[in-house]
Ligand binder design. Sequence first.
Ligand SMILES: [Zn+2]
Length: 236
Amino acid sequence: MFCHEYPDILETEAEVLDARPGAVLLSRHPFFPGGGGQLPDRGLLSWRGGESAVVGFFEDGEQLWIRLADEIEIDGAVVAAADAHLRQIMRELHTDLHILNALVYQQFDGALVTGAQMNDDGTARIDFDLTATDNDKLRALEPALNDVLAQDLRVSDSRIPMVDAQQQKGLLRSRSVAPPPSPDGMVRIVEIRGLDRQACGGTHVASTGGSRPVRILKIDNKGRHNRRIRLALDGV
Ligand SMILES: [Zn+2]
């Protein structure tokens, strides 16, 4: 995906390959379509004489279509632009959740993720399969998390065969939101240097210092096997 290869390019020129009323298939675009708890990008499509907001995405076969706010059918050349504010919040929160996930995995005996959700107000939640844990110990991870941000560790990605990922302990960290392999059987691995490697299809900051500091807001018990940690970016 373009948004994986060029996460900093939020605007592209493109050709309309196919169109339906209120939807369009483009030769390329900067949008992240959502998944793994990360919200889909919002944005704007503009062309000579008009524009329409991008309000969603849907797959048809292997093709990713863009849903528009207006029931129009367009052709020719367009400019596709993603909402930079939303993308930035998602990149920061997604990276922060990886760090928290890594700390929990290391300190709580390989506990796995059971769910995650990032919100456009700069808050997020992540659920872990944890039993009989003192919630104060989870809350106490906040300084360690912010310490990783202050270290400004590089965040990079690579692709490896899914069969290899399944054999490496700790790469598939989620019970519920593991990214599907691409049609060629590859899965994307996101690495925070010296801290963590895990399969993920989302967007992240280029180094951990790219995220604002975070606060852990709340720990909830969601059933006997589930702890939910809520966090927020500082200043939002
Ligand atoms: Zn991720």
